[in-house]
Design a binder for this molecule. Structure first.
Ligand SMILES: [Zn+2]
Length: 276
């Protein structure tokens, strides 16, 4: 599932192709993609307008069109945006055509991805504020951001990291990697993680997300970069998907637990369970 590094990788490759270009046509083969609104309602107003900026917040890609129309794209499980690839790639759901004849294909095997259009900066800000918490790559993201988000929380720290309203953009992979790097057991109640540990965790989150971006994300199954390439972060995982392999720090075999309903990878020696 695309997390912040995958979505940012898409943004970085797509931005130079999209920014300054005008949408001239679109074709949608899966109306669910823009539900509850019809594809024409969502995309119609964008035709004839230029894209001024391709931005990202959490796992949302945000294309800002002229006149403050914002197209918000969420890839969910298996969404991919491909530039000038095959005319009919597998699981094609929609095609956008730009004024320089660039074709952007949206494919989505599981069909959970969503697109919507918001009008005006205030509507965009309200939408994002309701759904997204701290942005871990922002300059002011720190242990203090996590302390504010986790204060008094009894839920497992991993569950809190996955809650987009607290920390934006982190999913299963990068949560496991960051908790291992910070030597925090994922079941530790979030409110009980000490402030020094939260400082370490904030730095670890930033480090694993930045490493993910440098590797152009991770391709475990369906993720593709817009040029059709693969991410390589999966080759650099320390614990994720490494059950039974030695912990890179201490050699203890990595074990897989279930935390927050998600497969969770830990080193039982480096990440000690906190006693109540
Ligand atoms: Zn270890």
């Amino acid at each position: 599932m695309p997390e912040l590094p995958e979505v940012e990788t898409v943004r970085r490759q797509l931005a130079p192709r999209l920014e300054g270009r005008m949408l001239v046509a679109y074709r949608v083969s899966d109306p669910r993609w823009t539900a509850p609104r019809s594809p024409n309602e969502v995309l119609g107003p964008l035709v004839g307008r230029r894209v001024e900026l391709l931005d990202r917040r959490g796992k949302y890609l945000i294309a800002e069109f002229e006149d403050e129309l914002f197209l918000l794209m969420h890839l969910r499980m298996t969404g991919n945006l491909l530039v000038d690839g095959a005319a009919e790639p597998p699981h094609l759901r929609a095609v956008l055509e730009l004024d320089d004849a660039t074709r952007i294909a949206y494919t989505d095997q599981r069909r959970f991805g969503t697109w919507r259009v918001l009008e005006g900066g205030p509507e965009l800000e309200e939408f994002l504020a309701e759904r997204l918490g701290a942005e871990p790559l922002d300059a002011d993201f720190s242990g203090r951001s996590l302390a504010r988000a986790f204060a008094g929380r009894k839920a497992a720290v991993k569950a809190l990291l996955l809650d987009q309203r607290l920390v934006a953009g982190v999913g299963n992979i990068y949560a496991d990697e960051a908790l291992w790097a910070a030597k925090i057991h994922p079941e530790t109640p979030g409110g009980l993680v000490s402030r020094p540990k939260l400082d370490v965790l904030a730095a670890a989150l930033r480090a694993v997300l930045e490493a993910g971006i440098l590797a152009q994300g991770s391709t475990l199954s369906t993720f593709r970069t817009p040029d059709g390439g693969y991410g390589s972060m999966q080759e650099r995982f320390q614990v994720f998907d490494r059950t039974g392999e030695p912990c890179p720090r201490c050699g203890t075999p990595i074990v897989k637990l279930r935390v927050a309903q998600r497969g969770t990878h830990v080193c039982p020696r480096c990440q000690r369970r906190r006693r109540a």
